[in-house]
Design a protein around this ligand. Structure first.
Ligand code: AMP
Ligand code: ZN
Length: 494
């Protein structure tokens, strides 16, 4: 079965088919780099990453472009306040964003920056003006004339009939129901950054960058455009207006929007104290893999309620998967095959594919893999799992991980970098004992741990329980959990 996706433009689930061969061209609105990314942002970026990985797993070649908004109202204001150039101010946050995205195993799209495309934006605006879709005001700003574009509102399903022609708004973000001509270009203001261009000095409005860069990288019409649901209006509505006014062709075929994330049932906000960046959570001792897993546990169009209980459960789910793989790769199995296990592995791969093809039902894909883990673990407990079953079960796990990317344990180096960042930024007070305990366990190398465990077993065999208990306690204090199984002692890091 082929991929079916909800398209905000048609307000329907549609069969996804690229416009050209098996090449998918997609554009996702990226971060505005004026601060550290929060988990709401990453809810959307992880959802887009899941889509990208699924498209690739389904055999498509994916060209995925994302912009970095490195100029907008907030950036201009903050950089002026801090006495920095726009580039100096945004460089730090862009770097942080890319590090955080990598920590969450988000594959990096092709990146394009607004400030590298200022002259193309000016040309685009000039072309809109030539066609009568843009006008210049006395101060040298340019606006898009909504009255000239009757399809305005087709994405957000807002009815703008009877709107006032020529009423304007020049802030980038506005959520008014009645449309206003929006700023394409803003005249310079004293003390604020501006650029000299063919349409005069000034700086771009927020919306124009995505039209210009998406078309430059992907063509006038491309397959899919993504972002969080807050971008439907005005940002994406305005992108459609600018782009289609210029080309007379459809801009993006599919519009993909992730639902907003809540934290402990509330809208995330600094004043409620429930606003978390990725770094805040890591400093509290949470692993990036647990965060990624939690962010994918609810399908992207459903509301994800981010809770600390949920995060704990996510951590234990990831552990379960990692332990299962360890058990498969490290266990001793009798020769032969168990037909039930073979069927289980095949059925799991099919269930996962069907779930993801159903508008990215990540929750069902999780359910499928955990059914497999439960059944295969039970079979191993009863010697029902044979040597030839192992590659099939590992294969299913691998397919799962091509999308969800939580099996490889590289949490510790990522957490260590965030610890170092916190120290460098003078945020020592945010570093929790939980984080330090986890990182301490990393200081013991695998070999040392194996050695200590051998000593512990030796002590036990010679009935020196005092010694074996003290080694166990020492390992536990260093964050190493020890489990006695039929196949001997297994350990893992907390
Ligand atoms: P921004 O950096 O504010 O431009 O946002 C980057 C991306 O994060 C956009 O696609 C937003 O729609 C998305 N986003 C912002 N807040 C949330 C949230 N609470 N839940 C999901 N996505 C969000
Ligand atoms: Zn955009």
């Amino acid at each position: 079965m082929a991929l079916r996706l909800y398209n905000t433009l048609s307000a329907k689930i549609e069969q996804f088919q690229p416009l050209e061969d098996n090449r998918v061209r997609m554009y996702a609105c990226g971060p505005t780099v004026y601060d550290y990314g929060h988990i709401g942002n990453f809810r959307t970026f992880v959802a887009v990453d899941i889509l990208r990985r699924l498209l690739r797993q389904s055999g498509y070649e994916v060209r995925h472009v994302m912009n970095i908004t490195d100029v907008d109202d907030k950036i201009i204001r903050n950089s002026a306040k801090n006495g920095l150039s726009v580039k100096q101010y945004t460089a730090k946050y862009e770097k942080a964003f890319l590090e955080d995205a990598a920590a969450l195993a988000i594959e990096q799209p092709i990146l394009v920056r607004a400030t590298d495309h200022i002259s193309e934006m000016a040309e685009f605006i000039a072309a809109l003006q030539n066609r009568g879709y843009a006008y210049r005001t006395e101060d040298g700003s340019y606006y898009f004339r909504i009255a000239k574009f009757p399809a305005y509102g087709k994405l957000s399903k807002k009815d703008f009939a009877g709107m006032e022609d020529g009423a304007r708004v020049d802030v980038d973000e506005y959520d008014k129901d009645n449309a206003r001509d929006f700023a394409l270009w803003k005249a310079p203001k004293p003390g604020e950054a501006s650029w000299e261009t063919s349409i005069g000095p000034g700086r771009p409005g927020w919306h124009i960058e995505c039209s210009v860069m998406a078309m430059e990288e992907l063509g006038e019409t491309f397959d899919l455009h993504a972002g969080g649901e807050d971008l439907i209006f005005p940002h994406h509505e305005n992108e459609i207006a600018q782009s289609e006014a210029l080309t007379g062709k459809p801009f993006a075929h599919f519009w993909f929007h992730a639902r907003f994330l809540l934290v402990e049932g509330e809208k995330m906000s600094k004043s409620l104290g429930n606003f978390f960046t990725l770094r805040d959570l890591v400093l509290k001792g949470h692993k990036p893999s647990s965060i990624r897993f939690l962010l994918t546990s609810v399908p992207y169009r459903n509301q994800l309620n981010f809770t600390f209980d949920g995060l704990k459960q996510a951590a234990s789910s990831v552990d379960k998967l990692r332990n299962f793989r360890l058990r498969l790769t490290g266990g001793h199995f009798a020769e032969g095959a168990n037909e039930n296990m073979k069927a289980l592995a095949c059925e799991t791969v099919e269930r996962m594919k069907a779930a993801l093809d159903d508008d990215l039902n990540t929750a069902q894909a999780h359910a499928a893999i955990f059914d497999m883990v439960r059944k295969a673990n039970a079979a191993m407990d009863n010697n029902g799992l044979k040597r030839d079953d192992v590659p099939l079960l590992l294969g299913a796990l691998e397919k799962f991980d091509e999308i969800f990317a939580v099996l490889n344990d590289d949490d510790l180096p990522r957490m260590t970098s965030i610890l170092q960042w916190a120290k460098a930024e003078g945020r020592e007070t945010d570093i929790t004992p939980e984080l330090l305990t986890i990182l301490q366990s990393a200081q013991l190398a695998d070999e040392q741990i194996n050695h200590k465990i051998a000593e512990m077993e030796q002590a036990r065999r010679s009935r020196n329980f005092k010694l074996s208990d003290s080694i166990r306690a020492e390992l536990l204090a260093a964050g190493i959990l020890i489990e006695q199984t039929k196949d001997g002692v297994r350990w893992r890091r907390k």
